[in-house]
Design a protein around this ligand. Structure first.
Ligand code: PEP
Ligand code: MN
Length: 360
């Protein structure tokens, strides 16, 4: 499938260093906070400052951003430090105000990408504007929706285009705030190979302890860069306090990340490995989903006074898996081993549910 998105230009009008790093606070909160963040990220070697000015919040009554006044602080950071500055726009009015304030680029947030009407309105307002547009993934793991949003912007003649992978909303229990579903951005890359894709470990992890490992994983998977939330005093942040890191931690992180010597797509072996890594991530995600269901079953059995292990059911499950394995040319013995291990873990999880209930 060949993409309509082809003749792209460098982001921000000139080539920046690779990998491309974007950092800055979730929200601009005050002039002092924003300038401290800007100085901190510049000191860490980052060339692009992000800060939300209008914040889409899940819960009403949360801090919804300072609004257009904060654009002046971004302009000041740009003048003082020579940084490129970007903010989130969700409406044509936001875009107009951001462009008036001499912003170098805008990002479209996950909630906006999810809505084709909103995307079309922003795309229409972008016609004839030479700026950088970064499209975050939609809230749901639907690559077509993401591609559609990007194509709307591209069809308005925007050529400085990138995507940001920030993970996907999920009801499952995962260690992450937003499930990574790595196969989705990898599929996006396959569909639009010309476009840089960055990863946002802050919104995926939702917790600063996960930022380093998610950043390394993204670079290992061949992403073009990272967007990281960075705040001078994260614990006092007015939004996303748990996931932001200090400029000092950012500097240390960027210094310790290992860069791939052979970027994705440069040779067949690295492509195969990329594919394997994605499949492995999916296997783990699926296993976690299975364990969630197992725990729900555990709860049901406890309430109905049933034994944890139902031998007939286990036998049926093993036979079905073995039969399927045979059709797909993988060894029955191998599948037997895997499913015994999976079943063992399910039983352990169900026993754990009982123990937890007893403690209550
Ligand atoms: C953000 O970048 O602060 C933000 C709101 O992101 P997302 O749209 O990914 O939730
Ligand atoms: Mn945020």
């Amino acid at each position: 499938m060949s993409s309509v998105v082809t003749d792209l230009k460098p982001l921000f009008g000139e080539s920046l260093h690779e990998p491309l790093y974007i950092a800055g606070p979730c929200s601009a909160e005050s002039r002092e906070q924003l300038l401290a963040a800007a100085r901190g990220i510049a000191e860490a070697g980052v060339e692009i400052l992000r800060a939300g000015v209008w914040k889409p919040r899940t819960k009403p009554g949360s801090f919804e951003g300072i609004g257009s006044q904060a654009l002046e602080w971004l302009r000041e950071a740009k003048q003082e430090l020579g940084l490129r500055v970007i903010t989130e726009v969700a409406t044509p009015e936001h875009l107009e105000l951001a462009l008036k304030a001499d912003i170098d680029g805008v990002w479209i947030g996950a909630r906006t990408t999810t809505n084709p009407f909103a995307m079309q309105q922003i795309a229409d307002a972008l016609r004839g504007v030479d700026t950088t547009v970064i499209v975050k993934n939609p809230v749901i793991p639907d690559v077509d929706l993401w591609v559609g949003a990007i194509e709307r912007v591209y069809n308005s003649d925007v050529r400085r285009l990138a995507a940001v992978h920030r993970g996907f909303g999920t009801h499952q229990t995962t260690p992450y705030r937003n499930a990574p579903h790595w196969s989705v951005p990898i599929e996006l890359h396959r569909r639009i190979p010309a476009m840089p894709i960055l990863s946002d470990p802050s919104h995926i992890g939702g917790n600063r302890t996960l930022v380093a490992q998610l950043s390394q994983q993204a670079l290992d998977l061949g992403f073009s860069g990272l967007m990281i939330e960075c705040h001078p005093a994260p614990e006092r942040a007015l939004s996303d306090a748990q996931q932001q890191i200090t400029p000092a931690v950012l500097k240390e992180l960027l210094a310790t990340l290992a860069l791939r010597r052979t970027p994705a797509g440069k040779d067949a072996l690295s492509d195969y490995r990329l594919h394997i890594d994605t499949i492995d991530s999916r296997i783990i995600e699926l296993l976690a989903e299975r364990m969630d269901v197992a725990r729900a079953i555990g709860d049901y059995k406890r309430k109905h006074d049933m034994a944890v292990v139902q031998h007939d059911r286990y036998n049926e499950l093993l036979l079905a898996a073995e039969a399927k394995a045979e059709v797909m040319s993988i060894s029955k013995q191998f599948i037997h081993q895997i499913f015994s291990a999976i079943h063992e873990e399910s039983v352990r999880q169900q026993l754990e549910v009982r123990e937890e209930e007893k403690k209550k």
